[in-house]
Design a protein around this ligand. Sequence first.
Ligand SMILES: Cc1c2[nH]c(c1CCC(=O)O)Cc1[nH]c(c(CCC(=O)O)c1C)Cc1[nH]c(c(CCC(=O)O)c1C)Cc1[nH]c(c(C)c1CCC(=O)O)C2
Length: 358
Amino acid sequence: MTRPANDTFLRALLKEPTTHTPVWLMRQAGRYLPEYRETRARAGSFMQLCTNPGLACEVTLQPLSRFDLDAAILFSDILTIPDAMGLGLYFTDGEGPRFERPLREEWAIRDLSAPDPWDHLRYVMDAVAEIRRALNNSLPLIGFSGSPYTLACYMVEGASSTDYRRIKGMLYDRPDLLHHILSVTADAVTAYLNAQIESGAQAVMIFDSWGGSLSPAAYREFSLAYMQRIVDKLIKNRDGERVPSIVFTKGGGLWLEAIAEIGCDAVGLDWTIDIGEARRRVGDRVSLQGNIDPAVLFASPETIACEARKVLDAYGPGATGHVFNLGHGISQFTPPDHVKALVDAVHEHSRMLRLKGA
Ligand SMILES: Cc1c2[nH]c(c1CCC(=O)O)Cc1[nH]c(c(CCC(=O)O)c1C)Cc1[nH]c(c(CCC(=O)O)c1C)Cc1[nH]c(c(C)c1CCC(=O)O)C2
């Protein structure tokens, strides 16, 4: 496949040299942008926005026309899979996602099956294809999914949770039931990501937002093992090339070496670990994505630039292997011009470091 005109993001994931450090931001399309709020109001609801490929494409492109970002990410949500499994996803203002039929009963768990992405999730594949056409090979497009464990948290709890008591109760009392949910969900995620690759996604990311709430042993058994199964089964693109994958476990800093072993190309880092230390620990096995504290964006543009330089300096010398990002999704209260200060500082400082040969 011809690489996009700006291929720095793909190059960094594959550890090829780059002229600057590529940057994109988790949740770069979202409520902090007034034009997003306008499109969302026109769509009616968040799910109507996600299920309309034309509107999903429109909001995917919005941050790209404001900022000099190095990648686009599909506008969708991780909860499309449990919705397609029949759990009845809905969003309430201020309370986040909820399911009408959370997975609690053994019979419902035994009934669970992986949805065919070309049938129940075709709107996502249509959005991927439409975004690729609109990008016209200017930038790479990232596809994504939630990790099986993170999806299971929402499926079993029925909403966001602070203590995960239902899923953790199941994990310790009925590990067989949780393994069944995770196994079906891992098959669903594999088919979903592969369908996104067939539709044109040029990299894929697995968001394991809640894996970090597990004990080390439970993390390996209930989260990491299933992400490994998915990464193992990712297909190549139509031209027979490897599609790089990124695995992001929020709160996974203690387990970096284990994550780097599963066969992914890059590991996402939250802001609780020094990126230089992370790099020393994983060596050449994987690239790293991250990891500035998203709250830095509430500081002044000068401070933001200074903090961005600290992350680039902490990563250290070498012209590749780092994709700059936030340590978690951007806050809806972020001033858009602060994002510009961040993106421009990353480009400027990393170009300077390359010229100095650092
Ligand atoms: C846990 C999780 C979810 N969704 C996602 C995760 C994993 C990442 C993380 O840990 O944050 C992933 C996600 N959600 C969204 C994207 C779009 C792509 C991007 O720009 O990065 C991505 C990659 C859009 C969204 N997904 C959601 C919004 C806000 C919806 C709105 O317009 O009201 C957006 C832009 C809704 C959503 N979806 C989810 C929650 C908890 C919420 C409510 C969050 C909130 O209210 O801030 C589940």
